[in-house]
Design a protein around this ligand. Structure first.
Ligand SMILES: CC(C)(COP(=O)(O)OP(=O)(O)OC[C@H]1O[C@@H](n2cnc3c(N)ncnc32)[C@H](O)[C@@H]1OP(=O)(O)O)[C@@H](O)C(=O)NCCC(=O)NCCS
Length: 217
């Protein structure tokens, strides 16, 4: 099982990063791959309620790779963390499959309340270098987050956002940024609508939860 995950992730690096020349090079020289492997171990212990051991293994991973992934975070398959240094993935973050993160990305919380407080990132999302994605928001499938953007609201599927706070890039259907040959899942307009609704639903849920906490009702 572990070998299968390793194999498919190494293949993903080879397919998407032209700098990766061999499987051995990916296995030896890609901190993103090491960080995900260490997270598999730390989360194994975390889910068995050995919290301190889980955190300690995650801390060793951070020391070795410069990438901090909380053992409670849920990662999808074939996650690529390119370059990696300075990446932070919070406790309740959830990532889909084939997500691509560059260095200095933060998937962080904005609240000290217990419970879900970090982002949910859909399949095939690309998050550019230095971007901060904050709070219990949803990044829809196939969305692109620009380098150094600060994202504080849900992003619909197949949408590119840039800036602070992040806003959708207006475009006329021309080409979109691709992380080195990442397949584009954004050809289905129905999926786009569903993801749009899902993002709005998450935002509404957050607003209701916040209002309940502040006893507005
Ligand atoms: C945001 C991004 C995904 C958009 O790529 P794209 O779909 O090809 O879009 P374009 O390059 O056509 O840019 C669209 C518009 O957004 C602007 N833009 C692009 N990236 C931006 C960013 N990070 N911040 C602010 N504005 C940005 C462009 O200037 C352009 O504006 P204009 O229409 O007024 O001219 C891409 O620019 C990006 O930031 N990718 C991350 C890459 C990265 O982190 N690489 C690290 C390698 S080590």
């Amino acid at each position: 099982m572990a070998l299968m995950f390793l194999n498919e992730t190494v293949r993903a690096y080879r397919e998407r990063d032209p700098a990766a020349r061999s499987n051995l090079e990916v296995i030896l020289c890609y901190p993103g791959l090491h960080a995900v492997g260490i997270h598999a171990i730390s989360s194994f212990f975390w889910r068995r309620r050995l919290f301190t051991l889980g955190r300690f293994i995650s801390h060793i991973g951070r020391f070795l790779t410069g990438i901090e992934i909380h053992p409670g975070a849920r990662l999808g398959r074939r996650l690529i963390i390119d370059h990696g240094l300075g990446v932070v993935i919070g406790e309740t973050a959830e990532l889909g499959d084939d997500v691509y993160l560059y260095h200095q990305v933060t998937l962080g919380g904005t609240s000290t309340e217990p419970g879900k407080r970090h982002p949910t990132v859909g399949d095939n999302v690309i998050i550019g270098a230095g971007a901060k994605v904050l709070g219990n928001i949803t990044i829809g499938e196939g969305a692109r987050i620009g380098a150094n953007a600060v994202v504080v609201a849900s992003v619909p599927a197949c949408t590119t956002v840039v800036g602070i706070p992040a806003r959708p890039v207006e475009r006329d259907g021309a080409t979109r940024f691709d992380a080195y040959g990442q397949p584009d899942p954004c050809l289905d307009p129905l999926l786009h609508e569903v993801e749009l609704l899902r993002g709005e639903l998450t935002d509404l849920e957050n607003r209701i939860a916040k209002a309940a906490r502040e006893r507005i009702f």
